[in-house]
Design a protein. Sequence first.
Length: 280
Amino acid sequence: MNLLFSIDDRFYQQLLTTLYSIKLNSSFAGEEVNVYVIANGQFHYSAQLAAGCQRLGMHYHEVPIPDTAFQNAPVTDRYPLTIYYRLLAHLYLPKDLHRILYLDADILCINDLRSLYNTNLTGYLYASAIHTNLTNATEVINKIRLQNFDADGYYNSGVLLMNLDEIRSHVQPDDIFNYIRSHVLLLPDQDVLNALYGHHIKSVPDELYNFDVRNLRIYETISMGVDTLDWVMKNTVLLHYCGRQKPWLENINHGKFTALYKNYFQMTKKFLLGQQGRDF
């Protein structure tokens, strides 16, 4: 299993928490778990991540981005270099990788990740989820805004299974750079993903693989009462802590899933402190 992350110094503890949750709840059957982290020269926690991955039985690989990378890319305060990292990761990942799963670092895995990782991607560049909503108004607005009427909807890029062989053949830097130069974007990397490649994305159910923890009541309503909290705990694979109210912040008690995250965060800390004998 190959996992991909892109973080800065603020999120290395959260990344270790995500990895610990994957270790606890996924079956690897003796297979290697390779953790690839896109980092530029401003990242200072590679040693801690490498040690943490070792204790988790995973293999850490830093994916350095050269200072000269994306020198032809449009870069402003609104469009920093980091927006290109997940879209163009295939340029810097090892050529012998064929499949990798990108995850944001504000995600918990609470059931076996294998079901998502083994998704058939034949004919697709990516697999991703469209976040559930009670109306399709937002979806219609995004299709008009991005002019991608062939896409099934607006995909969230926080969970992105990548078919690297197809991506290397079809995703070109200049296409991305030119699109950004000619459009005003709200969520730059996510908008580009949907506008240019939305019709090449395989849709997977968000209630299983990208559950927005802010919207439990919406999931219950749309599912006619099936997707209850008990159902989520038994079936959902990935909980996504979207929004600004992150559960690791102090004095945050936003929603039913905050305590669950804080518990995983503390378990990760205890596991690494007990194994490593130094600060988390």
